[in-house]
Write a new protein. Structure first.
Length: 338
C-alpha cells in the first residue's frame, strides 16, 4: 500500500508540475526543435498589440505560405476557433497553459492537419466541438508532423479523441498532457509514428489505441487512471517500451496482433488485469514480452493469459510469457524546464 500511495503522489505531482510550466524541456531536446530552427519563411503574429498582428489564428494561416512561422500571443487568449492547417508551417503558442484554442462554441475538431510537415507546440487545445462523442482535439491525416508540448483536454464534456492519426505516418507526438476524452491518442492505419513522453490520464476509454497500424514506437509515457492503458488490435511490429501503465482498469490488451515487442514497462495495480492477449490462429507468431515490472519483484516468469479463437469460433486458452520480469519498477521521468 505504501508503494501504491507513493506512485499516486508522484503521478499527481508530475501532472501538476507538467501543467504549470510554459513548455516541457523534452521539446527542446528533440531533433528539429522549432525554437532553434532557422526559418527561411516569414514570421506572422496573432494577438498582442503589434501593428499588423492578426486577431484570429486561422486568418494568419490563410495568409501564410509553406515554411512560415506563426507565433500566437496569450494575452488575446482564448481563441474560439476551429483551425485547419493546410500549409507546412510552424504554429507556436506563447505559453501552453495560457494560449488556448477552444472549440466549445463552434463545433467540430479543434485542429485539423491535412498537409505534411506541420509543427504545433505551446497550446492548450480545449473542448473539441459541442458534441461530446463526435469531434477530435487534433485530427491528423498527413505525414511528418510534430505535436510537441501541448495540453489537450476537455473541460465542458468528454470529447471523442484527443489526437487522431488517420492513415498518417512518421509523426512525433511528444511531451503532451492528454486528459478527459473518451480516447487519448488513436492511431488508425498509420505507421512509423513516435508517441513518447506524454502524460495520459482520466480518459474514459483507451489512453492509446492502435488499429491496423504497424512499426510505431510507444515509449516513456505515463498512462494512469484511464479505462484501458494501451489497446493494440490487428497491428504488427510495434515497440512498446519504458512506459508507466498504472492504476487503469485494464493495463494493456493485445488482440489479433503479432510480432509486437513489449519490454521494460511498469504494470502496477491495474484493476482487472495488467495484460491480456487474444491470439491469432498462428500462435507461434507471438508477441515478445521481456523485462517488464509486474506489481512486485518476481523470481519466476510472468504469464500473460489469453486465448485463441479459431476459424470455427472455438476458444482455446493460451499464454505468452515474460521470462525475465524486472525486480523493481523503472524510472519513467517527465522533465520540466527550470
Amino acid at each position: 500500500m505504501k508503494n501504491g500511495a507513493a506512485c499516486i503522489v508522484i503521478v499527481i505531482f508530475l501532472g501538476l508540475a507538467f501543467t504549470s510550466t510554459p513548455r516541457a524541456s523534452l521539446v527542446g531536446e528533440l531533433p528539429g526543435n522549432p525554437i532553434l530552427q532557422s526559418y527561411k519563411g516569414n514570421t506572422l503574429y496573432v494577438g498582442g498589440s503589434g501593428p499588423g498582428n492578426y486577431s484570429k489564428i486561422q486568418d494568419a494561416i490563410d495568409n501564410a505560405t509553406n515554411g512560415d512561422l506563426i507565433f500566437v500571443y496569450d494575452d488575446s487568449s482564448p481563441y474560439y476557433e476551429n483551425i485547419i492547417i493546410d500549409k507546412s508551417i510552424t504554429l507556436i503558442g506563447e505559453n501552453r497553459s495560457t494560449t488556448i484554442i477552444d472549440a466549445r462554441e463552434t463545433g467540430g475538431n479543434v485542429v485539423t492537419i491535412n498537409v505534411d510537415g506541420v509543427i504545433l507546440t505551446g497550446f492548450s487545445i480545449l473542448n473539441c466541438g459541442n458534441n461530446p462523442t463526435s469531434f477530435i482535439g487534433i485530427y491528423i491525416a498527413s505525414n511528418n508532423n510534430k505535436i510537441l508540448g501541448d495540453i489537450i483536454s476537455c473541460i465542458t464534456h468528454f470529447g471523442e479523441v484527443a489526437i487522431s492519426l488517420d492513415h498518417s505516418s512518421n509523426n512525433v507526438i511528444s511531451g503532451n498532457i492528454i486528459s478527459n476524452h473518451h480516447g487519448g491518442i488513436e492511431v488508425v492505419s498509420s505507421s512509423s509514428n513516435i508517441i513518447s513522453k506524454n502524460l495520459l490520464m482520466n480518459n474514459f476509454r483507451e489512453a492509446i489505441l492502435l488499429r491496423s497500424s504497424n512499426d510505431n514506437n510507444i515509449s516513456e509515457n505515463i498512462i494512469v487512471n484511464n479505462t484501458c492503458g494501451i489497446d493494440v488490435g490487428y497491428s504488427t511490429n510495434n515497440n512498446i517500451n519504458g512506459n508507466e501503465i498504472s492504476y487503469n482498469t485494464y493495463g494493456i490488451e493485445i488482440s489479433y496482433s503479432i510480432k509486437n515487442i513489449i519490454i521494460k514497462n511498469n504494470f502496477i495495480k491495474n484493476i482487472v488485469f495488467n495484460a491480456y492477449n487474444i491470439f491469432t490462429t498462428k500462435p507461434f507468431w507471438r508477441n515478445i514480452w521481456d523485462a517488464n515490472y509486474w506489481n512486485r519483484a518476481r523470481v519466476f516468469p510472468q504469464f500473460i493469459f489469453g486465448y485463441i479463437k479459431t476459424s470455427k469460433g472455438n476458444i482455446i486458452p493460451w499464454v505468452n510469457v515474460d521470462w525475465r520480469p524486472a525486480h523493481k519498477p523503472y524510472d519513467v521521468p517527465i522533465r520540466d524546464e527550470k
